[in-house]
Design a protein around this ligand. Structure first.
Ligand code: R5P
Length: 285
């Protein structure tokens, strides 16, 4: 199996390849003068290729389509498309007539160039139901728990009820307690968290979420945890978008924060490479 590194996930793809004792294929990706993309995949001999490419920002999605097309043209028999962070996943319902179900639209287009799809901590499990090719959903809970274990965390908190399963899995791996807060979103950038008593006096607490975008959720959750006497507050997420002044908010409100490398950047300190490599080994076996 070959690992093909999309430009949004080149470090992650290299880490996965290393774990599989191989080298990642690095395609040529450049822009034409009008801004359109050109890709060229180096020659290789194998029937199966796993492309690793986060589809954020939007141009990375176009790059993924071009890489899939190039592989088809090279007669690859099995294209496994791994999308570490699935862009547009948050609009997975139609709230008002005339809206697009963006997550479904992405799924339909991605599957046109894939024989198998693998997602990581997808915003909604339902995204998989829009694929007709085989799918697999991977979770970042193990590497997240390892990062938190080094910090002796004893309570794991989800900022909302929806994330309680993730918090529970992480807590179980740590042998820690877990709970959730009650978050209500007022707008894209504003959330309120209802006061709730938690037994965290003097404890080392981790807030675990799937996405950190503007950082508003973590900032509000941290305020509550500080008021209730938490000794240390750590914030981690799978997908760190860190929009606008998110980093400033997180620096102010937490003792330390980190994201995984599903979106690569300065704060992607936790790698999901082991999780992907394990899944690929199983597929190959
Ligand atoms: C929402 O459903 C997600 O799980 C995150 O809590 C949300 O995307 C975080 O956004 P922000 O950082 O802007 O509060």
């Amino acid at each position: 199996m070959q690992i093909l590194a999309g430009s949004a996930s080149s470090s992650l793809a290299r880490r996965v390849a290393e774990r599989l004792d191989t080298e990642a294929l690095i395609p040529e990706v450049r822009h034409f003068p009008d801004g359109e993309l050109y890709v060229r995949v180096p020659e290789f001999k194998d029937d199966t290729v796993a492309i690793i490419q986060t589809t954020y920002p939007s141009e990375k999605l176009i790059e993924l389509f071009l890489l899939q097309d190039a592989l088809r043209e090279m007669n690859v028999k099995k294209i496994i498309t791994i999308v570490p962070y699935f862009g547009y996943s948050r609009q997975d319902k139609i709230f008002n007539v005339g809206e697009a179900m963006s997550a479904r639209a992405m799924a339909r287009h991605i599957e046109m160039g894939a024989d198998m799809f693998i997602g990581i901590d997808l915003h909604a499990e339902s995204i998989l139901s829009w694929f007709t090719v085989p799918t697999e959903h991977l979770y970042a809970t193990r590497p997240m728990a390892e990062w938190l274990r080094e910090r002796d965390v004893n309570v794991v908190i989800s900022p909302d009820k929806g994330g309680i399963t993730r918090a529970r899995y992480v807590a179980q791996k740590l042998g820690a307690e877990f709970d959730h807060l009650e978050k209500t979103r007022l707008s894209g950038e504003e959330v309120v968290i209802k006061p709730k008593h938690l037994d965290i006096q003097g404890k080392r607490v981790a807030i675990v979420d799937d996405i950190i975008s503007t950082g508003g959720t973590i900032a509000r959750a941290s305020e509550q945890l500080r008021e209730q006497g938490a000794d240390k507050i750590y914030a981690i997420c799978t997908h760190g978008l860190f929009i606008k002044n998110a980093v400033e908010k997180l620096t102010r409100s937490t003792d330390e924060f980190a994201a995984t490398d599903t979106i690569e950047g300065e704060h992607s300190k936790i790698t999901v490479a082991g999780v992907i490599a394990k899944a690929l080994r199983k597929i190959e076996a």
